[in-house]
Design a protein around this ligand. Structure first.
Ligand SMILES: N[C@H](CCC[C@H](N)C(=O)O)C(=O)O
Length: 265
């Protein structure tokens, strides 16, 4: 038995175990341990786990795992939390450049503590017959626009799973976002997400709302798009290019340290 110190963070209800791994002691191939730490009954409990590591050129590197114990692709909420964690550790102040799964990212923390995270440019979006719109915002996302008032009672677990394990997506998997457009202009777009790697609905998904905002821009939404998840509100700002791609994409929202402790492993 050894004692492992950890920190628990959440960003709009998407929660993460954060480990300060600057000394590089954590074995990233230990899927069983990652899964155990994310287990809500036997471990700490989280949608994912992040290792904060040193990086040779940038301020730090973020290594993100889904709750299934395996390295995931880009995680937007987890990135905002990692930026807040880096500040908590004194690794950065309010401005940073760091490495994530899909490449380098810039971020800053504003006077209200809100994290503005620059995402990679998004090349485009593609209609998937019978399913919705597919975008890669660092992670794969299917966006399905739903009729008004249908989201509240939707079985996101069952509906999301059906898409994620459909013949089209089974092999690589996809995250699945269900969206309701606002009924009045000043209201937010509502989003519920089934996450690959968690294989369940989460309270919020950062790369997911980013995908939703860019897909919504094709349906009249203009930057910044306001989005409401079950865990809180996020904003996505962007510039649409004439060729259908997007640049200057920012995911903007809170990131909070909930508690810290140690766990016997
Ligand atoms: N919750 C994450 C999404 C992680 C993507 C992950 N579920 C995968 O497909 O590897 C976010 O806030 O962007």
């Amino acid at each position: 038995m050894t004692t492992l110190p950890f920190h628990k963070y959440q960003g709009t209800g998407n929660d993460f175990v954060m480990l300060d791994d600057r000394a590089r002691q954590f074995d990233e191939h230990d899927h069983h341990l990652v899964r155990h730490l994310c287990d809500r009954r036997l471990g700490i409990g989280a949608d994912g786990l992040v290792l904060l590591r040193n990086h040779p050129e940038l301020d730090f590197e973020m290594v993100y795992f889904n709750a299934d114990g395996y390295v995931g692709s880009m995680c937007g909420n987890g990135s905002r939390c990692t930026v807040a964690f880096a500040k908590y550790l004194g690794v950065i102040q309010d401005q940073t450049r760091f490495q994530a799964a899909d490449g380098p990212h810039e971020a800053h923390i504003d006077a209200e503590g809100i994290v503005h995270l620059r995402m990679q440019d998004v090349l485009g979006q593609q209609e998937v017959e019978g399913h919705g719109v597919f975008l890669d915002t660092g992670s794969p996302h299917l966006v399905r626009f739903m009729p008004s008032s249908s989201l509240v009672d939707l079985n996101v677990f069952a509906e999301g799973r059906a898409v994620r394990y459909s013949d089209l997506f089974r092999e690589k998997g996809t995250n699945v976002n269900f969206v309701e457009a606002p009924v009045a202009e000043e209201q937010p777009w509502q989003v519920r997400t089934y996450e690959r790697g968690v294989e369940d609905e989460t309270m919020s998904c950062g790369t997911g709302v980013t995908a939703v905002a860019l897909a919504a821009s094709r349906r009249g939404a203009s930057s910044p798009v306001h989005l409401r998840t079950r865990g809180g509100d996020l904003r996505v700002a962007f510039e649409a290019r004439p060729d259908g791609s997007f640049t200057n994409v920012y995911l903007i929202g809170p990131a909070q340290r909930v508690y810290g402790g140690t766990i016997e492993v």
